[in-house]
Design a protein around this ligand. Structure first.
Ligand SMILES: NCc1[nH]cc(CCC(=O)O)c1CC(=O)O
Length: 312
């Protein structure tokens, strides 16, 4: 007898974090929408080159393309992503159907010897491959020696434990999701080390023509997170950005007002100041969120952002 409930398949990367996220969405779809759900694990180009300099091979969408192909070919129905790895503009035929309530968006300091950034001795070696973290760390502690650390979360922690670094900086959300919160020695306040657009949020992508599924997923969206990430992503879009740029954009609700903090640095030129701006406003819909993000980007342009960006 044919199965009456169609099984939904989730395309996911196979890192421990990606699988956690896909399983989390699978459980939600079962509980809240009553679906039968399975996972389709995949390797993306981003996973294959994790050991190399992602930002130098053009990071845009490296972790999502294969998943989109699976949707296109009907091998899966939805793809779950860390929103910060999702390009600002999805290819034609795909939509972000849902954004779940954000986990802690902040960055965390992980170290076996030092509890805070301030405690790190002069010239300490800090691992991060994010240009956004590099420029903000340098603004706070120009003496630190910042070096790349690649690989998935477990690999990075192993490199720290082997003594290759005095500390590393990672997203708190990923550590918490994997039950590694005890590794966090301190978190950076979001106004001090501004997170990347979409950090800590999960996005669900579907084919634009999957109208029924889109409607169902939309009911799972956490509206305050949805509006905040629209503002953040508008900042990146306005500056031609991806998560591989030295650009930070974080939106936070202060009562009924959305506050957007942004920063842009130049990782090559240490003599250039970190540019920062904050804008805030009432935001009732996506258009208003996008407009607020675009204004924040303009504040950076007013301070000379163009000189910091690679020539288009
Ligand atoms: N760029 C990699 C990446 N993509 C998503 C997360 C985990 C946290 C999140 O969902 O923002 C991480 C790890 C990190 O930046 O430390």
């Amino acid at each position: 007898m044919p199965d009456a409930t169609p099984t939904l398949l989730i395309a996911t990367r196979e890192s421990r974090l990606a699988l956690w996220q896909a399983e989390h969405v699978r459980d939600l779809l079962r509980q809240r929408l009553g679906h039968e759900v399975g996972l389709l694990g995949m390797t993306t180009r981003g996973d294959q080159i994790l050991d190399r300099t992602l930002s130098k091979v053009g990071g845009k969408g490296l972790f999502v393309k294969e998943l989109e192909t699976a949707l296109e070919e009907g091998r899966a129905h939805l793809a779950v992503h860390s929103l910060k790895d999702v390009p600002m503009d999805l290819p034609d035929g795909f939509d972000l159907a849902c954004v779940l309530e954000r986990e802690d968006p902040r960055d965390a300091l992980v170290s076996n010897r030092y509890a805070t950034l301030a405690e790190l001795p002069e010239g300490a070696k800090v691992g991060t491959s994010s240009l956004r973290r590099v420029v903000q760390l340098r603004a706070m502690r120009p003496d630190l020696v910042i070096e790349p650390v690649r690989g998935n979360l477990d690999t990075r922690l192993r490199k720290l434990d082997e003594g290759q670094f005095d500390a590393i900086v990672l997203a708190a959300a990923g550590l918490k999701r994997l039950g590694l919160a005890s590794r966090i020695r301190s978190v950076f306040e979001a106004g001090e080390m501004i997170p990347c657009a979409g950090q800590g949020a999960l996005g669900i992508e579907v084919r634009s023509d999957a109208t029924t599924l889109r409607g169902q997923l939309a009911t799972l969206t956490h509206r305050p997170t949805w509006l905040a990430v629209h503002a953040e992503r508008a900042v990146s879009r306005a500056l031609g950005g991806s998560c591989s740029m030295p650009l930070a954009a974080h939106a936070i609700w202060v009562g009924d007002t959305l506050r957007v903090d942004v920063a842009l640095g130049d990782p090559e030129a240490t003599d250039r100041p970190l540019l920062r701006a904050t804008v805030e406003g009432g935001v009732a819909d996506e258009a208003a969120a996008t407009a607020l993000g675009t204004t924040a980007a303009q504040r950076l342009r007013d301070q000379g952002a163009a000189g910091y960006l690679p020539a288009a």
